[in-house]
Design a protein around this ligand. Structure first.
Ligand code: NOJ
Length: 510
């Protein structure tokens, strides 16, 4: 287990939208290098970089055309190596995004696979034996290439699924077992990509749709086995490299598959929205100020996953990512401050999405760009200053519009504002680094009455109290101590804490 993860705080950078160094309207790698001090100033000591590879951008770069080549619009492979080096000088690690489940349909492997004549890549993707064979339980593209067969897609139509084989074989005429040499070759090809970037200085990978490799593998038994093999290679060859999965099932991802971290998202269960988003949870979202948020429901969902995985890896909470509406679409500023107090004091390894630290808005009415659809509104250019294009680019046009509202938050106008989200985010990250009890593997114990709010949790000698509600609220508590941090106000009286509306208090009981 890479030791550095225990005190890691990640910053997610969507490269096309972070900082444009050459005025072409698209963010680039040199731009990220120029902003490393900003990232460090937040207290983040690691970056997750969304895909920067050559791509036709039908899905924001998750449709990879060449895994070993940086997309021209972002710079060159040398620029990326420079980014690794410059980041390392500042004590910042860089995880690249690994997309092992599919490629673009313009990837060279696929261009060969779809040829009628059999070749080395014919089994790199999953084709049926004839175009008349299209079992409805699979998502397939039919009749669009010279090869007489249909192929499985993993996500959008332009993203054919790579072939890692089938766990349960229902159509033996075209489904290969996972130990077929051509499926093993797919695993080796992905390992080769990993080694390529790790040798150049990458510190690991965020793994896209990590659970999607083997088909007909409902319990993810064969998929986990592949990842365990990859973990073995990392332990031996790159013991400091870290892997975080987009799996959202810590028992499977961490315990069975050997990932060091797993994102806490909504794919199984509804933990993430239950906390920070309204969605189907409506008034029951824990941080909804007008709601009946039940921390009990969250704790009952989270704690078993935490207990079972905590000795093997970390659960990762995130302020948001490039796939969901920013939290500003749901919660007011005060609630967002509490959300950040929560995210940066929970166990595991937290992730901050670029722009969330200044409260960037979700631009819900934008026309889709590069396969973003509803996600496009969370991918707009970073807002640095009050200048042209809010300091993102000197170009006359930007690849997505910058926030045009008169009250658009920028780094410039948030950084010195004592009432800002930025202040809470940076304060909480600093406290997390300062107190061992707040590190990734520190202890956790929830404290609540019948699941009502306010609620609290204890991490070693520190107690975090939260009142997400818009009204003053009270809870029983035996703990007393020095106040280390507060948002709003609280007082202790008669074995109770009385908290002002939407408040947070951290105390030290030592
Ligand atoms: C998850 C990624 O986060 C998302 O942006 C992408 O579209 C899909 N996986 C497909 O790769």
């Amino acid at each position: 287990m890479p030791e550095w993860l225990n005190d890691a705080v990640f910053y997610e950078i969507y490269p096309q939208s972070f900082y444009d160094s050459n005025g072409d309207g698209i963010g680039d790698i040199k731009g990220i290098i120029q902003k490393l001090d900003y990232v460090k100033g937040l207290g983040c000591n690691a970056i997750w970089l969304n895909p920067v590879y050559d791509s036709p951008f039908m899905d924001g770069g998750y449709d990879v055309r060449n895994y070993k080549q940086v997309a021209k619009r972002y710079g060159t492979n040398d620029d990326l190596v420079n980014l690794f080096n410059e980041a390392h000088k500042k004590g910042i690690k860089i995880l690249l995004d690994l997309v092992p489940g599919h490629t673009s349909d313009t990837h060279e492997w696929f261009l060969n696979a779809k040829k009628a004549a059999e070749n080395e890549y014919s089994n790199r993707y999953i084709f049926t034996k004839s175009v008349w064979d299209a079992p409805p339980q699979y998502r397939m593209m039919c009749g669009i290439c010279e090869r007489n067969g249909n192929y499985l897609v993993n996500y959008f139509s332009s993203q054919p699924a790579l072939n890692y084989g089938f766990y349960e074989i229902t159509h033996p005429e075209w489904q290969l077992p996972t130990d077929h040499p051509d499926c093993v070759a797919t695993v080796e090809a992905i390992k080769d990509v990993m080694r390529f970037w790790l040798d150049k200085g990458a510190d690991g990978f965020r793994v896209d749709m990590a659970d999607s490799l083997v088909k007909n593998d409902d319990e993810k038994i064969a998929t986990a086995k592949i990842w365990r093999g990859i973990r073995k290679m990392l332990d031996k060859e790159y013991p400091e490299a870290a892997m975080v999965s987009e799996w959202c099932s810590p028992e499977r991802a961490i315990n069975n598959a050997g990932f060091h971290m797993d994102f806490y998202l909504d794919h199984y269960g509804n933990g993430y929205s239950r906390l920070f988003r309204y969605g189907e949870w409506g008034n029951e979202a824990v941080f909804n100020p007008n709601g009946k948020g039940s921390i009990k429901a969250f704790a009952e969902e989270y704690l078993p996953a935490y207990e079972i995985s905590k000795n093997n890896g970390y659960i990762s909470f995130m302020t948001n990512n490039h796939d969901m509406p920013r939290v500003t679409a749901y919660l007011d500023k005060q609630a967002i401050k509490l959300v950040n107090a929560f995210i940066f004091t929970m166990p595991g390894v937290p992730f901050l999405y670029y722009g969330d630290e200044i409260g960037m808005k979700y631009q819900g009415d934008l026309v889709s760009k590069e396969g973003g659809f509803s996600r496009t509104g969370s991918r707009t250019p970073m807002q640095w200053t009050s200048g042209k294009n809010l300091g993102f680019s000197t170009g006359d046009e930007t690849y997505l519009p910058v926030d045009k509202s008169t009250d658009a938050p920028t780094v410039e106008n948030q950084i010195n504002d004592s009432d800002s989200i930025y202040k809470v985010v940076t304060d909480m990250i600093a406290l997390r680094h300062k107190y061992d009890d707040l590190h990734g593997n520190g202890e956790l114990e929830f404290i609540y009455e019948d699941g009502k709010v306010p609620f609290a949790y204890r991490r070693g000698n520190l107690i975090m109290y939260f009142n997400p509600l818009a009204v003053e609220s009270t809870m029983q508590t035996a703990y007393r101590g020095d106040v280390i941090y507060k948002i709003g106000n609280a007082r202790f009286s008669d074995g109770k804490i009385i908290m002002s509306p939407q408040s947070f208090v951290m105390i030290n009981i030592k």
